[in-house]
Design a protein around this ligand. Sequence first.
Ligand code: SAH
Length: 216
Amino acid sequence: MLDTYKHKGLRKQLVGVVREKGIKDENVLVAIEKIPRHFFLDSSFTEFAYQDKAFPIGNGQTISQPYTVAFQSELLKIKKNEKVLEVGTGSGYQSCVLIELGAKVFTIERQKDLYQRTKTFLPTIGYRPRMFYGDGYAGLPAYAPFDKIIVTAGAPFIPEALVQQLKMGGIMVVPVGEDVHTMISLEKISESEIIQREHGNFKFVPLLEDKADSKK
Ligand code: SAH
């Protein structure tokens, strides 16, 4: 796969669009400018890679819209070397943004073929998050606690296991709702005190509760 001057130019434009929409975190913008998003789409869709749009990646799933990736990443306020859990690996693009921000990424995907595809693909472009096939509702208790947790699918409710796996002082970002998803950030102040904030509405593919993987 080639990353040409044309791609780099399109990426610069995309960063302009995302900045215009309100993203201020320079590290997030630098990450978007650096990662060749067209590598994450089928080659026939290369021309769509640098539009600020979600895009199908197979298995009925999508790579999130760049603005949404940037928005969630900004809310996480990632510091270097923080342990970050991502629920919903999908194409792996969000994982790469988190890695560029300096995070140690642990990511879970519940669709086996998507998990395998992304696990094979990411190292070929130099990114190596810890990847797990499993149910995001359960998180990764064996690797908890996490400094930050990001859910990249729309959850019908805030999964309690994930709240449990958040470090004291940690932040979780999760879109919650049925049809439309309200972006919620949750800051764990102490075991008994959690500050919850709302950040507007977004549209995600659903965080699936049924553990049976129909594609298995
Ligand atoms: N972060 C992704 C966006 C993925 S879309 C990217 O950057 O491309 C949401 C992903 O969540 C899909 O791949 C979907 O299969 C996955 N998903 C849905 N329910 C899940 C669950 N219960 N546990 C883990 N992953 C889940």
